[in-house]
Write a protein that binds this ligand. Sequence first.
Ligand SMILES: OC[C@H]1O[C@H](O[C@H]2O[C@H](CO)[C@@H](O)[C@H](O)[C@H]2O)[C@H](O)[C@@H](O)[C@@H]1O
Length: 616
Amino acid sequence: MSTRIADYGMLADGSSAALVDRRGSIDWMCVPRFDSPALFARLLDPDAGHWSITPTGRFDVTRRYLPGTLVIETTFTTATGAAHLRDALAVSEGQRGHELGMSPPHELLREVEGLRGEVEFDVDLVPRPEYGLVRPLLRLTDGGARTFGGPNQIAVRSPVPLEAGDACARARLRVAAGQRLGFSLVWAPPEVAPPEPTAPERVTARITDTVEAWRSWEGEHDIYQGPHHDLVLLSSRVLKGLTYRPTGAIVASPTTSLPETVGGERNWDYRYAWIRDASLTLEALYHGSCPDEAADFVSFMTSSAGGSAGADSSLQIMYGVGGEHDLSERELPHLRGWLDSRPVRVGNAAWAQTQLDVYGELLNALHLYRERLGELHPEIQRFAAELADTAARRWTKPDVGMWEMRGTPRHHLSSKVLCWVALDRAVKLAPRLGRHARTGAWAAERDRIRAAVLERGWSERRRAYTQAFDSDELDAAALLMPLYGFLPATDERMYATIEAIAQELTEDGLVLRYRVTGDRSIDGLMGKEGTFALCSFWLASTLAQAGQPDRAKALFDRVAGFANDLGLLAEEIDPRSGELFGNFPQAFSHIGLINAAAAIDHAYGALPPPDADGSP
Ligand SMILES: OC[C@H]1O[C@H](O[C@H]2O[C@H](CO)[C@@H](O)[C@H](O)[C@H]2O)[C@H](O)[C@@H](O)[C@@H]1O
């Protein structure tokens, strides 16, 4: 298994995702949903299951996403020859455009193709359902293998005979130039007939069809034409890959518990739909997206909250991808964790937290998509108005803030600013909210928030807007003030804040969310964390807005340069080692990249101005 998070690439099918490393090993795969128990979890423990197709002996490796897709092509070169390995999570046959990801077959397709000479591979299939807890009954079948019993049915087809081992199957094969060998693995629940994996001779055609499906989706979204075209398109595709197509939910990342530092306890499950992360995803996709995706997400949020965002409503800060409410967190003590970073957690205690920023992010996304969403359904009108009413009622309360700090609630500045955003956008949306609009009351409360932030958010001692009212600590979330149009980046105090963050809240020029002391005093957690990619991109965006495009571009290039060979970013970056940390790939980081690219393009005059209110 790999010891670098950056060695992994993501495959996705609109319901779930898998991670494959540079040695051709699938070390993470949850089926049928992003948050299902993993079938392969070697990412979190060497014994928790994998499926590798790896050359025997020494080899060199390069890889890429086939253009316009999330299909990975790995090229292995050995002393005796060269071969491709193509990996895809299949989508439904013939699916195109916006249908992409609907009702996927839950099938992993793998194809080895000889390019030159001959290459010998070892195939090692070690399914370990329920995050490595189960050693399944695995029997060889005619042309493959399948499992018996338990909540999963796994069936495999192989172009070469497999040998049964101890709850595993193995093979050694040789591929010659021009030869193609197709493998497939399909999942089904226990209630249905044993699933039929794709036959080896059809694997090439099914991978080609999946490639065409992705390209047809991207063809409909290739709107961004700025100088960062390839980076922006890849990031948009990653965000699409994090979307649970059946409901429109968007997960923060397809993994759990990849640590923020090796050996640390800051390990979280990101396979859920946060209002914040998903709204920001929609905002990032704005320039290349279309009404269907926004409408799906809005309907997911509204229905998950039971159609109401008012007092006693079911509105939470996050949900399961099917709209589940109870995401209770637990530890999986049988797993060692990534490089022994314990605990491994599933579920996320943040589901029950109070985070007051979410009203602003949701209303900003609604406002951004107002034209594309068309006339709002009366239920959505009521929901949007209740979001504003709730922001107006609750903004004076303390909360745990957008970083989900597990310490004592405080008056987080970014939460107040986002409540201002909620009311500002609600006032602008008022003509579309029918009888639910309360324009005057919203405008008055909006102005009260603004006055409070300007007065109590500023630290004269620090010469900056800070983390919380009446505090002196810096927090990168203050960069949201210009990004959401609360204050211009050129405002004297705002610019001083941007500089303070650039000088004092950075490591090697990359931005931290906030400084941790390592003694649980700030966020209730032990240990340190790396620099936060999203925050570095926010700094680049604000520098661009402040009229410093060259400085912004240098920072943007540096952060984007930490992406792995496939262009993927994790949540955090260690600037000294260049290693990526935290869950992977992470929506936040790719959101930041897209928005910073747009801000820089705009500052150079390469793109029309973004929506007047701005978007982080
Ligand atoms: O730092 C502690 C918190 O870390 C996670 O939250 C972070 O990830 C979320 C998903 O991307 C994001 O919405 C949030 O802003 C980030 O701080 C974790 O999910 C929390 O449980 C944890 O308390």
